[in-house]
Design a protein. Structure first.
Lengths: 622, 336
């Protein structure tokens, strides 16, 4: 039954008729097809990941060689971005300024989180894979889906445009803490509205709106468009993670949107939501009505930004789960416990936000509360990682390229998670706060964690989207170099952080040399690792485009011998996805079932005993 | 390709897609307005004694607007019921009434309530100068009764006294001419120049003019400040308070901050404009959708009346939510 689905690519079903008359623009640009939109999100997001990485490489150059102009491209950079670069004392152009360092830091964070990882991990894979896995013909609201991508696209254009305004882009960190963010980018030389910080806020408002529309669509699709027989406990784990993630986006993002409006009002209309009474700037009293609270911003910001951490990690865990089940040829260990764990995780993520604010003097009681909830949230996290780890036990593991990335996710996420525990405790956090230890901690979660899961996902679902496999040798080279260099960047951060290196020293700590001398030499090592990691990604980029045209053609519609529904579609799936009515008869991971013909049984394969009865296709209820 | 459950409910959830989606959307809206209302709580809790105004807004007008919105919500339900019974004319009548009521709400909000605020003027007096202005503030009296002090004098701005650097005189004259202002008392031997202004926006223009320093404000007082020790002003009242005949001169050097009743005036007005502004945008969005369904969606009704009824049900849920937000706005800003 499953192998019979191999030759569907030329067999145009009923669903294909209506897309013949779509022109180029409607088919590829303003498309309402969830798969095209998913790919649009993916390519935009990957481009932003690369841009964010480039910003970081310039910062790492500065940290390793403080005050030395950027080699080769320095003069060109200074011409393009006079707000970020200036000439060094010997008049060589291309030296990163202190303000410029802040700009790159703020934009690196913003771009990586809101324009890179979320669009790829949530929007791209959520759009492309999730509807296929639940057996839906498309997302529940195709037009809304298109609207969310284009809202996101507008936010990208707005955010990028801030690089070209007088004064440069936002420079108050990705957290945009007031009062600094409210008073920055003001004065005689910058435009009262079209300046870095205001554009940042505007871009975020659009970005959030796009996310909200997308999350509604995801939830509605996951709940309403499940194919007949796709009961909740037959839902692939990846869909569960997308569902919980969408709820996090839906409920956590609006308070930041509200905060964004308020900061926009502070900047554009002179209100003082976040400005305390009697604020002095440069020795002068500022002209604000006062009465506001900088802490209010921090609360609203972290009310989003902590759930956002789980938005970054949950889809990654989902992808890793799919890939591990497929490549160990056995069901996920503790599927139900994992589903329960992500719900608990999702709920708890809403009540831990103020652990980012221990330093603000909220008081011992409030800190105590958030310390408790934060320690509690490690329980579901450990359930997830343990279940994935135990899934490897006794499996006949195929070390394919996606599996290499997926298994590596486990120890990397483990390091990221475990190093977070000292930060959860008030007393240790007071010391570690704002040091490189924190940077190391969350980058382990997001970079070799989520981004490796994204790579795993790209290698895994690429054949479905393109009809060709990515080159395996290049994939393995990409993997091994990436895993070495990424640890070369982030592991020394723990050493530096424990020694007390602050995250915002733009000269790499040179000024504080006597105190932190023993760890200062790591700067060079980390920067070299970063450049080599950047070079390694060129292999991936080459592989990605090369394989579209020259990759090995998939042998059939299900090259990985997987069980979930996305492999029941033609390759690549046409508009409308499935060429036959889909009914689900079993759970998502029926691998190596004793007594079965093959070592995998697709979800759509009817049980043997009542095969004749099931052949009559049940009609989809409309 | 056809998406399942766009019109008929899915049996196990009992919902059609759009109905689930609007509930999700409303959940996110709850969080959006929740963020703003929590900002209200935060700002109000952090406000110094007397700095959170009471009775600033016009309660009868707010009550009227509340009633308008509630009736419009009822109209939307009736419009939906009419569609369910396939009575197009009746549907048009009810939805049309909802549009009219929503429009009246917006007109009252913008052209009366907001506009009135834009022309109102207030000066926050420096704490150490309160005693000088006690005839307007009445803080000694309030302190004796154990009531919160009044830090601000409000009313309508009539005249502004300014000093101007000699080399900027010409520029000032152009500004006066451009804005159609009048000089009531010209400058003589070092004394300030008095300019009759039409409203606070003229004063803002003078503030932003280089070389010009504002020396004093002459304003017609709100009745509370004309007679601050009258016990009837101890508590915020229900009816709108009017301007008195009394005029006061307030020296700019005694003032912490001054402005019209615009967002930057105070935290109260900032959050008031933020929430009512966002709420107004939601009303506007609802009206746009109503007008579309009223005049441009007949074709759908003829093709699939149930789908049309679903649309009204969904937009109706949204409208009830917007109504509900107002039910929170009204007591929080007008009454508390």
């Amino acid at each position: 039954m499953a192998t019979a689905a191999t030759t569907h690519s030329h067999d145009h079903g009923h669903g294909h008729d209506d897309h013949h008359d779509l022109g180029f623009w409607q088919k590829y640009i303003f498309s309402q097809d969830h798969k095209v939109i998913g790919i649009q999100y993916g390519i935009t997001g990957l481009a932003f990941l690369f841009l964010g990485f480039c910003l970081m490489m310039i910062m790492r150059w500065q940290l390793a060689n403080p005050g030395v102009p950027v080699p080769f491209i320095g003069p060109a950079l200074q011409k393009l971005f006079p707000a970020i670069f200036s000439s060094d004392p010997n008049n060589h152009p291309g030296m990163l300024t202190a303000d410029g360092y802040n700009i790159l830091g703020a934009m690196h964070g913003t771009i990586m989180v809101f324009f890179g990882v979320v669009p790829v991990a949530v929007a791209a894979f959520g759009n492309y894979v999730m509807p296929l896995q639940v057996g839906a013909p498309d997302m529940a609201f195709p037009k809304l889906n298109m609207a969310s991508y284009w809202t996101f696209f507008v936010s990208c254009v707005i955010m990028l445009s801030s690089f070209f305004v007088a004064g440069g882009p936002a420079k108050s960190g990705w957290t945009s803490y007031p009062p600094l963010s409210v008073i920055s980018d003001s004065g005689p030389n910058v435009h009262p509205f079209f300046n870095g910080q205001t554009i940042w806020l505007l871009g975020m408002v659009f970005n959030i709106t796009g996310s909200l529309l997308g999350s509604i669509n995801t939830i509605a699709t996951c709940i309403q468009l499940r194919a007949p027989g796709m009961t909740w406990m037959r839902l692939p784990f990846f869909c569960w993670t997308q569902l919980v993630t969408a709820f996090l986006l839906l409920l956590a993002f609006p308070p930041l949107e509200a905060a964004g409006f308020m900061q926009l009002m502070d900047r554009a209309f002179g209100t003082s939501f976040f400005i305390p009474t009697g604020l002095m700037v440069g020795g002068h009293l500022t002209h604000w009505s006062g009465g506001g609270s900088p802490l209010l911003w921090q609360h609203l910001f972290w009310f989003l930004a902590h759930p956002e951490v789980y938005v970054l990690i949950l889809p990654a865990i989902g992808m890793v789960g799919e890939i591990i089940a497929n490549n160990t040829r056995k069901p996920l260990y503790g599927y139900k416990a994992m589903v329960g764990a992500i719900f608990v995780l999702g709920f708890l993520s809403f009540v831990v936000w103020a652990h980012h604010m221990y330093m603000t003097g909220m008081g011992a009681k409030v800190s105590g509360f958030f310390q408790t909830t934060t320690v509690m949230i490690s329980i579901p996290s450990v359930i997830l990682v343990t279940a994935l780890l135990l899934s490897l036990w006794g499996g006949s593991i195929r070390f394919t390229t996606p599996m290499l990335f997926a298994t590596t996710f486990l120890p990397m996420f483990g390091i990221g998670g475990l190093t977070g525990i000292p930060l959860a405790f008030n007393s240790t956090d007071l010391y570690l706060h704002d040091t490189y230890y924190v940077i190391g901690h969350f980058h382990y979660v997001v970079a070799p964690g989520t981004i490796f899961a994204i790579f795993a996902g790209v290698y895994y679902w690429y054949p479905k989207a393109c009809g060709r496999m990515m080159n395996d040798v290049l994939g393995r080279i990409h993997f091994w170099f990436s895993i070495i260099f990424i640890n070369g960047i982030f592991f020394p951060m723990f050493l530096q952080g424990i020694a007390g290196v602050h995250r915002r020293w733009y000269d790499g700590g040179l000024t504080y040399d006597p105190i932190i001398k023993p760890v200062l030499h790591w700067n060079n090592f980390m920067s070299v690792s970063a450049f080599l990691l950047g070079a390694t990604q060129l292999i991936f980029i080459f592989n990605f485009f090369y394989s579209i045209f020259r990759g090995r053609r998939v042998p059939n519609d299900n090259p990985w011998d997987a069980t979930t529904l996305e492999w029941d579609t033609p390759t690549p799936p046409g508009h409308g996805n499935f060429t036959k009515p889909i009914t689900v008869y079993r759970g998502p991971y029926e691998y190596s079932v004793p007594g079965a013909d093959k070592d995998f049984t697709p979800q759509s394969e009817p049980p043997k005993s009542d095969k004749p009865a099931a052949a009559s296709t049940p009609a989809l209820a409309h | 390709m056809e998406i399942p459950h766009t019109v008929t409910p899915r049996p196990d959830t009992g919902l059609y897609n759009a109905k689930l989606a609007i509930w999700l959307f409303l959940a996110s809206e709850v969080m959006l307005f929740g963020g703003l209302f929590s900002a209200y709580v935060f700002l109000r809790m952090g406000a110094d004694d007397g700095y959170w105004p009471h009775g600033l807004l016009d309660v009868p007008v707010g009550t009227l607007n509340t009633i308008l919105l509630i009736i419009s919500s009822v109209c939307v339900v009736l419009a939906w019921a009419s569609l369910k019974m396939r009575r197009w004319r009746q549907y048009q009548l009810f939805l049309g009434s909802a549009v009219a009521l929503g429009t009246v709400f917006l007109v009252i909000k913008l052209s009366y309530e907001w506009n009135d605020k834009f022309h109102h003027f207030g000066t926050f007096i420096k704490k150490e100068k309160w005693s000088q202005y006690d005839q307007y503030l009445g803080n000694d009296y309030l302190a004796k009764k154990g009531l919160a002090p009044r830090p601000e004098i409000t009313g309508h701005l009539h005249e502004v006294e300014v000093k101007v650097a000699p080399e900027k005189k010409a520029q000032l004259e152009t500004l006066i001419k451009d804005r159609g202002l009048e000089i009531s008392k010209s400058e003589e031997d070092g004394k300030a120049l008095s300019i009759k202004v039409k409203g606070p926006s003229d004063a803002e223009a003078l503030r932003n003019e280089p070389g010009v320093t504002i020396e004093a404000f002459e304003m017609a007082l709100d009745e509370m400040y004309a007679n601050p020790t009258d016990p009837k002003y101890d508590r915020p009242g229900f009816w709108k308070r009017h301007l008195s005949e009394k005029v006061a001169t307030i020296k700019a050097e005694d003032v912490d901050s001054w402005s019209a009743f615009v967002p930057k005036h105070s935290s109260f007005l900032a959050i008031y404009y933020a929430i009512t502004g966002l709420h107004g945008l939601h009303i506007l969005g609802g009206l746009v959708m109503f007008v579309y369904f009223l005049f441009f969606d007949r074709a759908l009704y003829l093709r699939n009346p149930e789908h049309m009824a679903n649309r009204i049900e969904v937009v109706g849920l949204y409208w009830h939510f917007v109504d509900l937000v107002w039910i929170f706005v009204f007591p929080v800003f007008y009454l508390l």
